[in-house]
Design a protein around this ligand. Structure first.
Ligand code: SF4
Length: 307
């Protein structure tokens, strides 16, 4: 009996990666899905998709490994702060390590030849394959017939005739295939990754410029509150109760939390310099709706330094 091919598929939860899994399952492959966790895309779509497909999903945290890619991408950024080629290469490299360590025959993705101008043209597909050391082991089932056969195809573990030759930006073929497979619900292709969003990218650039040794936890706070930088400190002020609570929970050793005491106003998180407490208090007053009505003796703050 022929050996069952064991495929590790990168599953974002979008339609293309769902179809890549389907095409492999149809061939009788043993499929496991992997989703890489960064600061910028959550695993919720992949979780839903893996349930719908009935395949095991493993989540791998690459938040720390992503930092050098974000700071200095070898192949540059896309339209915002999205280093797509380097990001793909990193994820595929990690998938390749799992493949080799755990006896998978190949890594597969839902990439479509020519679909994304920056990251899925022929040269980019070749670059990520090479950077990830996956030459011959990276199968793109949706476009496989337009690409060189992988080792699994050459060895007959995968039937190339049952793979597809989709290319370009139109999604008609994928949608027709989804209908054929009875897949009714899948997320729209746009908007999954925060790095492609201009507003988020602008705020992240500010962090990168002011704190070059930033951590994944610093990135978690990028979309939260108003950020003020200066004198070696970062001050973040909540814009509503939910953000105030997030800041309170995010404070770590050495951070200072400042709360208005007896009047309504934002919580401030001061990271970096105790000397900036006075400035943070001024900012709290700037953003307090009734600060101008307060008497001097009514302006009080509660200050907590996280141990
Ligand atoms: S859109 Fe975001 S997650 Fe997708 S490849 Fe680009 S950087 Fe990576």
């Amino acid at each position: 009996m022929q050996k069952k091919v064991k495929a590790l598929v990168l599953l974002s939860g979008g339609l293309d990666s769902i179809l890549a899994v389907k095409l492999l399952l149809e061939q009788g492959a043993e499929v496991e899905a992997v989703n890489f966790r960064t600061n910028f895309c959550g695993p919720s779509k992949a979780l839903l998709a893996s349930k719908m497909l009935g395949v095991k999903l493993r989540e791998v945290n690459i938040r720390q490994d992503f930092l050098p890619v974000l700071k200095n991408p070898k192949h540059g950024y896309g339209t915002a702060l999205n280093p797509c080629i380097d990001c793909h290469a990193l994820m595929l490299k990690k998938a390749g390590e799992i493949m080799r360590a755990e006896g998978f025959d190949l890594v597969a993705t839902g990439e479509v030849f020519g679909q994304r101008p920056m990251s899925q043209h022929k040269q980019a597909l070749d670059i990520v394959e090479k950077d990830a050391s996956l030459k011959g082991y990276l199968l793109r089932p949706l476009s496989a017939k337009l690409l060189e056969p992988t080792i699994a195809e050459q060895e007959g573990l995968i039937d190339r005739n049952k793979l597809l030759a989709i290319s370009g930006r139109s999604r008609k073929e994928q949608m027709a295939l989804a209908k054929e497979y009875g897949i009714k619900e899948y997320p729209s292709p746009a908007g999954g990754c925060a790095l492609t969003q201009k507003d988020f990218a602008g705020r992240l650039k500010e962090l990168m410029a002011n704190k070059p040794d930033f951590s994944p936890e610093d990135i978690d706070l990028v979309p939260i509150g108003r950020h003020k930088w200066g004198n070696g400190a970062q001050i973040i002020l909540g814009r509503n109760q939910e953000e105030n609570n997030i800041l309170e929970n995010a404070a770590k050793t050495g951070d200072i939390l400042i709360f208005p005491d007896g009047f309504v106003g934002p919580t401030a998180l001061v990271r970096g310099e105790e000397a900036e407490i006075a400035r943070a208090q001024e900012l709290i007053l700037d953003f307090s709706p009734k600060a101008k009505d307060l008497k001097a003796e009514e302006i009080k703050f509660k200050i907590i330094k996280k141990a």
